[in-house]
Design a protein around this ligand. Structure first.
Ligand SMILES: Cc1cc2nc3c(=O)[nH]c(=O)nc-3n(C[C@H](O)[C@H](O)[C@H](O)COP(=O)(O)O)c2cc1C
Length: 171
C-alpha cells in the first residue's frame, strides 16, 4: 500500500495534524503540501487536510479535490476554530454545518473518513478576522483564547489513531 498525506496550512495547525498522521502510517508514504501534488494516481489512499476558512473548505482545497480526487480513495482531515466538545448548541450547529460543507467538497471521491480538531487562531489571523467587519468572523476572532494550544497532544494522538483506523478498514 502506498499513502499520500497532503495538506493546506497557513499557520501550521493542519500541517501538525498531517505530520502526526504521516508518522503513524505504515509502509510506503509521502507527505507534501497540496500545491506540490501533481496527481493522486499511484497512491492507494490520499489523506487530504485543510483548515476551515469562512465556514467552508478554502477555494484551493475545493479545487484540489475537484481536479484530483474524483473517484479516488481519500480520507480528509480538517482544523477549525470551533471547540469540539462545546455544550453551546449554536457552536455545535455551526461546526456541523462546516463539516457538512467539507464532506460535500468530497462528493465525487470515495471518502473513507473525516477527522477534525480545533486549531489555534494565530494573533495575526484574529486581527484579520476582526478587521473583516463580518459579524460571524469577528466572533471567531473573539474565540481566540479558547483555541490556544490546539491541536494539542491528545488531538494529535487521535489523528494518528484515525490514520491507522482508515488503513485497517481498507485492507
Ligand atoms: C481568514 C480566516 C477565516 C477562518 N474562518 C473560520 C471559520 O469559518 N470557521 C472556523 O471554525 N475556523 C475558521 N478559521 C480558523 C482556522 O480554521 C483555524 O485556525 C485553523 O486551524 C487554521 O489552520 P492552519 O494553521 O493549518 O492554516 C479561520 C481562520 C482564518 C485566518
Amino acid at each position: 500500500m502506498k499513502y499520500l498525506v497532503t495538506y493546506l496550512s497557513h499557520t501550521g495547525n493542519t500541517r501538525k495534524v498531517a505530520e502526526a498522521m504521516f508518522d503513524a502510517l505504515p509502509g510506503e508514504k509521502i507527505i507534501k503540501p497540496i500545491e506540490e501534488v501533481v496527481t493522486l494516481d499511484g497512491f492507494d489512499i490520499a489523506f487530504v487536510g485543510f483548515p476551515v476558512m469562512q465556514f467552508s473548505p478554502p477555494r484551493a482545497a475545493r479545487e484540489f479535490l475537484k481536479n484530483h480526487a474524483a473517484g479516488k480513495k481519500i480520507a480528509v482531515f480538517v482544523t477549525h476554530a470551533m471547540p469540539t466538545g462545546s455544550d453551546d448548541l449554536g457552536q455545535q450547529s455551526m461546526l456541523a454545518k462546516e463539516l457538512e460543507k467539507c464532506r460535500s467538497a468530497c462528493i465525487k471521491s470515495d471518502l473513507l473518513g473525516l477527522f477534525h480538531c480545533q486549531g489555534e487562531l494565530s494573533e495575526k489571523s484574529a486581527n484579520e478576522l476582526m478587521a473583516s467587519n463580518i459579524a460571524m468572523l469577528m466572533e471567531f476572532a473573539a474565540m481566540r483564547p479558547l483555541t490556544a494550544g490546539h491541536p494539542d497532544q491528545g488531538e494529535l494522538e487521535l489523528a494518528r489513531s484515525f490514520a491507522l483506523a482508515v488503513v485497517s478498514a481498507s485492507c
